[in-house]
Design a protein around this ligand. Sequence first.
Ligand code: ITT
Length: 195
Amino acid sequence: MLITELIFATNNVNKVAEIKAVVGTQLEVISLKDAGIDIDIAEPHDTLEANASEKSFVIHTLTGKNCFSEDTGLEVAALNGAPGVKSARYAGDGRNFQANIDLLLKNLENHTNRSAQFRTVVSLIWDEKEYLFEGICKGHILQQQSGANGFGYDPVFVPEGATKTFAVMSMEEKNQYSHRKKAISQLVAFLQQHL
Ligand code: ITT
């Protein structure tokens, strides 16, 4: 059953695929590409919450429509929460997934504490008001990468309760644990109550 359609303010095709798999036919998710919007939205803030808000407000101002965005960070305990809000550009402005992983493994070389979590903050703009939803997936960082599925830090992250990285899992398997799925499920529940 279709609840409504919503623009998803992202240029990350992996995020779009994962979220479409979670919501199924409950929600029609329209990517910026599908909406014909070609824009690279800045993420200038030092919190996931502020960056998520920035992205959804920019697209809401542009379209006048209800929309949502999300900002996600990998928070590593031994690195005091880094790369966190800087996850996309950890190794530089090139936003290179492999360079980011290499730097993370190097910075963790002498650490026995490998605990980490992904945290997603979703900003929904609905009837001119903003609502925030959070999803957390706890786990740990391997010494070496494993797997080629997914994106970003997936090849080095093993979620709690699993024995393999997100990059070895199918999207459906990743979604059983995922931070993004937890946050988006709250958005869907919110829409079910407000429609
Ligand atoms: P948009 O801002 O257009 O949505 P982005 O890729 O810039 O896309 P983020 O700022 O949220 O999105 O990026 C955070 C980075 O964190 C992302 O580039 C990946 O390196 C990493 N990341 C986010 N979600 C992840 C996931 O589920 N698995 C692995 N890495 C992830």
